[in-house]
Design a protein around this ligand. Structure first.
Ligand code: SF4
Length: 67
C-alpha cells in the first residue's frame, strides 16, 4: 500500500524525509534522469510566501493542506 501518494515512485528517492510536504496536496515529486528526485511545491506558483523547492524536511508551512 502506498503512503497516501499513490503512483509516485519518486518519493522514495528524495534522499530526505519530506516532513509536512509528504502529506501535503501541493507537493509534487519530479525525478531526474539520474534517478534522483526533488520535491516541488506547486502552491509556490501562486503563493509567494512559499519556496518553489522547499528545503526538506519541512516542519512548518503556512501553505500546508493535507491531501
Ligand atoms: S505548501 Fe508547504 S507543505 Fe505543502 S508542498 Fe508546499 S512547502 Fe510543502
Amino acid at each position: 500500500m502506498a503512503d497516501g501518494v499513490a503512483g509516485n515512485e519518486g518519493w522514495s528517492k528524495l534522499g530526505a524525509e519530506p516532513g509536512l510536504c509528504g502529506r501535503c496536496r501541493h507537493a509534487k515529486v519530479n525525478e531526474t534522469r539520474k534517478g534522483t528526485a526533488y520535491l516541488r511545491c506547486t502552491r509556490a506558483a501562486w503563493d509567494e510566501r512559499l519556496p518553489r523547492y522547499p528545503r526538506l524536511p519541512v516542519r512548518e508551512c503556512v501553505g500546508f493542506e493535507p491531501g
